[in-house]
Design a protein around this ligand. Structure first.
Ligand SMILES: [Zn+2]
Ligand SMILES: [Zn+2]
Ligand SMILES: [Zn+2]
Length: 116
């Protein structure tokens, strides 16, 4: 395949070269995932709007995972927040111990009943 000098080597991309043969966007994908994420190239699936999220199983603006976070918590709950925070309920203002899905037993029970 002929690659024009100074362009991204991903087929059909054509963006300006950034590093290691890729444009900035594809270089970021490759450095993060060790591959490009071709779902973005096809232009069919929409990329999740959550910062750093590359999922494309979107139903609206966010992927299913983040859409559920917004539905359950009313906001995005980044992974690092879960990891580094003490395991307490993520319900705004609630300090009860974590039980499941980021919520204390009281709020988890409430969400659970709402959903089912
Ligand atoms: Zn590219
Ligand atoms: Zn997402
Ligand atoms: Zn709670």
């Amino acid at each position: 395949m002929k690659v024009k000098h100074g362009e991204c080597k991903v087929p059909g991309c054509g963006k300006a070269h950034y590093s290691r043969g890729y444009c900035k966007r594809h270089y970021t994908q490759v450095s993060r995932h060790d591959r490009t994420t071709p779902e973005r190239e096809r232009g069919k699936a929409r990329l999740c709007k959550a910062p750093g999220c590359t999922r494309t199983d979107c139903n609206g603006d966010y992927c299913r995972k983040h859409a559920r976070q917004i539905k359950v918590h009313g906001r995005l709950t980044p992974e690092r927040e879960h990891q580094h925070h003490a395991p307490i309920c993520s319900y705004p203002g609630c300090k009860n111990p974590h039980r499941a899905k980021g919520l204390c037993s009281k709020h988890y029970g409430r969400e659970h009943r709402l959903k089912s």
